[in-house]
Design a protein around this ligand. Structure first.
Ligand SMILES: [Zn+2]
Length: 126
């Protein structure tokens, strides 16, 4: 399987799925860290659900997701590896939680010095 964007060859575990496409981690992060190309329907529906239940900030998140949020709040930024080590989470598991945090517009990914970091959205409501 190849990344659909940069066409790098991927092994099964390296595939990041987004919007029905398969990407390598770099392209995936590029895509999800740009709000315009992020799945607007998912962001919208996550937002609407949260508005409906009057959930703000980290309300309505799983305990582990709140911990991830707090960790990023305290550390400013962290790589997936750091977070996986800190929380002893499987990278796939971690990615699921970050997908939720991203769709709630709490966390975003960004690239710095060839490293991919996760950080809190500047616009997050606390
Ligand atoms: Zn790629």
């Amino acid at each position: 399987m190849n990344c659909e964007k940069c066409e790098i060859k991927l092994s099964h575990e390296e595939v990041f799925r987004h919007g029905g496409h398969n990407y390598c981690e770099d392209c995936y992060v590029d895509i999800v860290s740009v709000p315009k190309t992020c799945d607007p329907m998912k962001v919208r529906s996550a937002k609407l659900t949260r508005e409906k239940f009057n959930q703000k900030g980290v309300e309505g998140l799983l305990p582990v997701q709140k911990k991830l949020y707090k960790y990023l709040e305290e550390n400013g930024k962290a790589t997936r590896d750091e977070i996986a080590a800190e929380f002893k989470l499987d990278p796939k598991e971690l990615e699921k939680h970050f997908a939720v945090l991203r769709h709630c517009e709490l966390v975003r990914g960004f690239k710095q010095d060839d490293q991919v970091y996760l950080t809190l959205m500047d616009t997050c409501s606390k």
